[in-house]
Structure formats: structure tokens, C-alpha cells
Design a protein around this ligand. Structure first.
Ligand code: C2E
Ligand code: CA
Ligand code: CA
Ligand code: CA
Length: 277
């Protein structure tokens, strides 16, 4: 019992999970203090000519013993502990710094896109916070995109929506991420402060087998285009998926078929060769 006469049932597996959680939480504090992270960059390309539209910055944890730890494992822990605030400061500054360097090396048309957690929107005055990072690194606002998940956007307060609207006026692009997983109706798209829809990879994975998903993809593409939004299909792994997305009039794709996330060194050398502008 736990001392109050209440039985707690722990399976060994739960114990392991909790130990891992607390271990990572403690390690995360240390890693943030020591900046033991790096960014990986995945290109999003135009369907019609495969030219790069933007790079998504994806964080990786360089752990001295565990090796690289996936954000799928540590971002939720960082969010529950609010450590995402400090980590998010580093991610935004590093993303802007890197893009400003590539910008100066000749990559002028390509934007950098940064994932923003709902916790950050709640605790940071997001307009001022972003503008400070831009000023500090010299990156133009028009070279920055923010990715915010559908579930965060549809539950965002009016204050947050206004902050995002102010950022759009500065020239920052806003994308709704993992679209289709947050159960908002298609009509809410018209009211949100967004420029880009990223369709969750679940839909792309299912579309060729399941006609229902195919229909949903079609509707998103049609309405999004009518609303003047750019549409990105995530998780395109196969030629058949690429072709399907193209037939539906979706303008951009992201996925292993085109490129896995790459190191900054890889991207940088392509910029210097003039292969990315
Ligand atoms: P996300 O924002 O949906 O990012 C896309 C994820 O899909 C990335 O995983 C990317 O590597 C993966 N991906 C890209 N193409 C394919 C494909 O063709 N097939 C498959 N199966 N996967 C593909 P990653 O880098 O492991 O990131 C996972 C999630 O962790 C992200 O999902 C995002 O929610 C979160 N995350 C990553 N970096 C950051 C960050 O800097 N800040 C915040 N707040 N969250 C982040
Ligand atoms: Ca994203
Ligand atoms: Ca996504
Ligand atoms: Ca996702």
C-alpha cells in the first residue's frame, strides 16, 4: 500500500517506463544546460519540379551514453516539465542563426520552419519572442515559418491567435501541422491565422488503400487551394504516394522519398555549390 491504505498496482513494465521517464527528465535538465542537441533539416519540395521550398528544423538530443535520442521520446517529457521553454529558446535561436548563415551564403528563397509547442505559445509573448530572435540573428521575417499542430491551434486563446496574426503581418509564415488529426472541421481553416496546411502522414500512408482517406485528402486539397493556402503532404515514402498527391493538386511534399532529414554540414555544402537557392 502507499501508506493511505490504497493499493497501487505496478507491473514491472510500468516501473521500467517510469524509471526511464525520470531518468530522461533529469538528464534533460543537464542536456539543456550543456546544449547537447543538434538540428537536422528536412527539405519540403515543390511537386512540379522538386525545387526546395523550405527546410523543417528537427531537434535531436546527443546523449553521451544513449547516443541520439528521438524527439518522439523527449519532446513530450520536455513539454510536461516546461523544459520545452528553455529548449525551445535554443531551437529557435539556432534555427534562425543557421538560416541567416545560409541566407548570407546565397540561399535566399528558401525558408526555415520551426516547430512550436503549445506550451511555448502559452508562456512566451510569441510575437516579441520571435522578433527578438530574428533581430539577434539578422534573419528576415519572411524567411521564417512556424509549425503549430492542429490540436494546439484549435484550442488556442484569442490572445495567442492575435499574437500569431501580428507575426503574419511582419511576414512570418504560419503552418498548421499534423492536419487531420485534431478533429477540427474543414470550415475552421478559414478562421485560423495560417498560410500553410501540412497534411498528417497518416492520410498519405492510407490513401492508396483506403478510398475514404483519399476523399479526405481531396477535400482538404480543394478547400485549402480555394482559401489560398499552400498544401504540404507529409510522409511521402513511395512513388505511388507522390503520384497520388500530384494528381490531387497538392503543391508540396515532404518525406523519405525525396530526402531524409540531413545534417547542417550536408545542407551547407549544397548551398555553397549553388544547388540550393
Ligand atoms: P513532425 O513535426 O510531424 O515532424 C515530421 C516527422 O516526420 C519527423 O520526425 C520526420 O523525420 C518524420 N518524417 C519525415 N518524412 C517521413 C517519411 O517519409 N516517413 C516517416 N515515417 N516519417 C517521416 P522526427 O524528427 O522524429 O520528429 C518527430 C516529432 O517530434 C515531430 O513531428 C514534432 O512533433 C516533434 N519535434 C521534432 N523537432 C521538434 C522541435 O524542434 N520542437 C518541437 N516542439 N517539436 C519537435
Ligand atoms: Ca512539423
Ligand atoms: Ca507534422
Ligand atoms: Ca507529427
Amino acid at each position: 500500500t502507499d501508506g493511505r491504505g490504497i493499493f497501487k498496482v505496478y507491473s514491472p513494465e510500468m516501473g521500467n517506463k517510469m524509471r526511464r521517464y525520470h531518468y530522461l527528465l533529469e538528464e534533460l535538465r543537464l542536456a539543456i544546460a550543456c546544449h547537447n542537441f543538434h538540428l537536422s533539416f528536412q527539405p519540403i519540395v515543390h511537386v512540379e519540379d522538386c525545387a526546395i521550398d523550405y527546410f523543417e528544423a528537427l531537434v535531436r538530443w546527443d546523449h553521451p551514453v544513449e547516443g541520439t535520442i528521438s524527439p518522439v521520446e523527449f519532446i513530450p517529457i520536455a513539454e510536461e516539465s516546461n523544459l520545452i521553454l528553455e529548449l525551445g529558446d535554443w531551437i529557435m535561436l539556432e534555427s534562425c542563426r543557421q538560416m541567416a548563415a545560409w541566407h548570407n551564403a546565397g540561399m535566399r528563397k528558401v525558408k526555415i520552419s520551426v516547430n512550436i509547442s503549445g506550451i511555448q505559445l502559452k508562456h512566451r509573448p510569441i510575437h516579441e519572442w520571435v522578433m527578438k530572435k530574428l533581430a539577434k540573428t539578422g534573419l528576415p521575417a519572411t524567411s521564417l515559418m512556424l509549425e503549430i499542430t492542429e490540436s494546439t491551434l484549435i484550442t488556442a486563446s484569442e490572445t495567442i491567435i492575435n499574437e500569431l496574426e501580428k507575426l503574419r503581418k511582419e511576414g512570418v509564415t504560419i503552418a498548421i501541422d499534423d492536419f487531420g488529426t485534431g478533429f477540427s472541421s474543414l470550415s475552421t481553416l478559414a478562421d485560423l491565422p495560417i498560410d500553410v496546411i501540412k497534411i498528417d502522414r497518416l492520410f498519405i500512408a492510407q490513401a492508396n488503400e483506403n478510398p475514404k482517406y483519399n476523399e479526405i485528402l481531396n477535400s482538404i486539397s480543394e478547400l485549402g487551394t480555394k482559401l489560398g493556402l499552400k498544401i504540404v503532404a507529409e510522409g511521402v515514402e513511395e512513388i505511388a504516394q507522390f503520384d497520388l498527391v500530384k494528381r490531387m493538386g497538392i503543391s508540396c511534399v515532404q518525406g523519405y522519398l525525396v530526402s531524409r532529414p540531413q545534417s547542417s554540414v550536408n545542407v551547407g555544402s549544397k548551398v555553397l555549390q549553388g544547388n540550393v537557392n
